[in-house]
Design a binder for this molecule. Structure first.
Ligand SMILES: *Cc1c(COP(=O)(O)O)cnc(C)c1O
Length: 379
């Protein structure tokens, strides 16, 4: 099956009791047994829920993986992966990681004895230098937030595979429509389902997709034993959202490309970070690794005044100011004062994050309205 057909059909059968074409919301905590231990495969809803099972199978198909496992949030999924490791194990992650991922690693699991190092994974040589005999996992995001840097999954997988190190890719920004890390050599894919997969800014959820049976069994054990499961209503909403994932992503990509090109020629904009622009340093890699350039971009206003960036965001009429991304509606954030405010200004600028940087999650509204909104807000 091709992607669009999988989005609508993979893992989904009409309900056997009624023929309902939409997967029912099994809003139940327990299942009646005929006699102790004699049941239809469902005992208790933390352990299994039919709505969740259908979603998990659908997600596995979208990532060309064997197993899908859902959690109550993206960070719930990350938490489950980190529980695979033991004190003394070393994990290498990229140095421009999603803030919440950095926080759970350093503030929670470092306290329990896991060791983390953060390196520039756009440079495979830097990764090679950071690997030690205790290295058990490499964690990457691509494209990264908020500068849309590209990391070469195939090149990093070649390094990790040869050493028996697990490679995890957070595929939230690309979505499975644009990129399938398992096909490129990654061992585990993690998603904040909250973003493009859900797609309508109405659910918080996470997922892990992988091929290895033993690891999948461990992660399913953690899902049940630790209990961060999504509810059936949320699973239904995500199943519904995924049915239009391919159509939404096409429009996100088209709109973001137009917005990036508009911003690039704007005299008050000094720089645009979007992998779809030919002068983006990751453009060629994005063409090899992704099937489109995505709906996320960021841009810098000329000059150095944070108040001007704030003024632009306050002036928007169609773009809303808010955390998160990947919904049908356009959003903007100001990384320097929001997601990355805890990093000192000097450190931020060293990593290329300027005070005038605005990040956009380009939605699927009419692109002319989006461009008009940018024009009036930037002035
Ligand atoms: C939002 C996000 C997460 C965390 O997911 P939640 O669903 O908010 O817990 C992880 N990685 C990336 C890239 C994200 O954007």
């Amino acid at each position: 099956m091709n992607f669009a057909t999988k989005a609508i059909h993979a893992g989904i059968e009409p309900d056997p009791t009624t023929g309902a074409i939409m997967t029912p919301i099994y809003q139940t905590s327990t299942y009646v047994q005929e006699s102790p231990g004699k049941h239809k495969g469902y005992e208790y809803a933390r352990t299994q829920n039919p709505t969740r099972t259908v979603l998990q199978n659908n997600l596995a198909a979208l990532e060309n993986g064997k197993h899908g496992i859902c959690y109550a949030s993206g960070l719930g999924a990350t938490d489950a992966i980190l529980k695979l490791f033991r004190p003394g194990d070393e994990i290498i992650a990229s140095n421009d990681l999603y803030g919440g991922t950095y926080r759970i690693m350093v503030r929670v699991y470092q306290e329990f004895g896991l060791k983390f190092s953060f390196v520039n994974l756009a440079d495979p040589a830097a990764l090679e230098a950071a690997i030690t005999p205790a290295t058990k996992m490499v964690w990457i995001e691509t494209p990264t937030n908020p500068l849309l840097r590209l990391v070469d999954i195939t090149a990093i997988a070649a390094l990790t595979r040869a050493r028996g190190i697990r490679l995890v890719v957070d595929n939230t920004f690309a979505s499975p429509y644009l990129q399938n890390p398992l096909d490129l050599g990654a061992d585990i894919v993690v998603h904040s389902v909250t973003k493009y997969l859900g797609g309508h800014s109405d659910t918080v959820m996470g997922a892990i997709i992988l091929n290895d049976d033993d690891t999948a069994q461990q992660l399913a054990f953690i899902q049940n034993a630790c209990g961060a499961v999504p509810g059936p209503q949320d699973c239904f909403l995500v199943l519904r959202g995924i049915k239009t994932l391919h159509v939404r992503m096409q429009r996100h990509c088209e709109n973001a490309q137009r917005v990036a090109e508009y911003l690039q020629q704007h005299p008050k904009v000094s720089r645009v970070h979007y992998p779809g622009l030919p002068d983006h340093p990751g453009h060629e890699l994005a063409k090899r690794q992704m099937r489109g350039f995505g709906g996320m971009l960021s841009f810098e206003l000329a000059g150095d005044r944070m108040d001007e960036a704030v003024h632009v965001m306050e002036s928007f009429g169609v773009f809303s100011l808010g955390e998160s991304l990947g919904g049908v509606e356009s959003l903007c954030t100001h990384p320097a004062s929001m997601t990355h405010a805890s990093i000192p200004k000097e450190e931020r600028e060293k990593n290329g994050l300027k005070d005038t940087l605005i990040r956009l999650s380009v939605g699927i509204e009419d692109v002319d309205d989006l461009i008009q909104d940018l024009a009036q807000a930037i002035g």
